[in-house]
Design a protein around this ligand. Structure first.
Ligand code: HEC
Length: 204
């Protein structure tokens, strides 16, 4: 029974029919809610899992076992790590020509989330951690993408550089949790000051 349920769920998710079913028959409000949930598919999966499996199995050993099975099964849902090809002439470095120290600092502290040059550590291959991290670089790229810098108007480019200076100054970017996991994103004060000075100057 468990195996069959998993198999059905797996097939549903692979072809996303399950989600499109919900989208089709769910109310408008439900769709809105789904838009706001970065882990929509995964959450639905967990809810369904809980409803149909955990509730039915009272035995602790079986719950543990099914959790292990769940952990194994979710590894089939790898995040999409592919990116569009980077066009050299559209990159921030090509357009804004920052000095090497600035470019390096931004590369170390920002590019994993704000460019198509994301480096994937081993845990980006392990669900559900990878699902959570995916949100960072998808939303980060949406807010600002150094790889497609040329697609912004000159005005927006300047505005973004100003925002960058502000975010760094206020200690919001790079996010603290990220810095804890990435030592080279932990910019020292001198590097930060130089970065902020250049960003402010370039945003004028
Ligand atoms: C761990 C991923 C991550 C890293 C690393 C990161 N950012 Fe972000 N950044 C985000 C996300 C996600 C958003 C969009 C959501 C938000 O505003 O929190 C964002 C938003 C921004 C914005 C837009 C803010 C706004 O008001 O729209 C700026 C500017 C920014 N980041 C600058 C930087 C700079 C500069 C660095 C490096 C020093 C950096 N970020 C590093 C994830 C990251």
């Amino acid at each position: 029974m468990i195996t069959i349920t998993f198999l059905v769920l797996f097939l549903c998710f692979k072809s996303s029919t399950f989600l499109s079913f919900i989208n089709k028959y769910g109310s408008a409000a439900c769709n809105k809610l789904l838009d706001f949930l970065p882990l929509q598919k995964e959450l639905i999966f967990l809810v369904v899992y809980h409803k149909f499996l955990v509730r039915k199995i009272m035995n602790k050993k079986k719950i543990l076992l099914s959790l292990v099975v769940l952990l194994v099964v979710i590894q089939f849902f790898q995040i999409d790590k592919t990116t569009p090809a980077i066009i050299e002439t559209e990159t921030f470095e090509h357009i804004a020509t920052p000095p090497p120290a600035v470019a390096t600092a931004l590369h170390n502290a920002c590019y994993d989330c704000h460019s198509y040059e994301t480096k994937h550590p081993w845990y980006n291959y392990v669900a559900p951690v990878s699902w959570w991290i995916k949100g960072h670089f998808t939303n980060g790229r949406k807010a600002m993408n150094f790889s497609t810098w040329g697609q912004e108007s000159l005005e927006d480019q300047k505005h973004l550089l100003h925002e960058c200076a502000e975010e760094i100054e206020e200690g919001h970017m790079p996010p603290k949790g990220y810095v804890r996991m990435h030592a080279n994103a932990d910019l020292d004060e001198a590097t930060q000051a130089a970065l902020i000075a250049w960003l402010n100057q370039a945003s004028k």
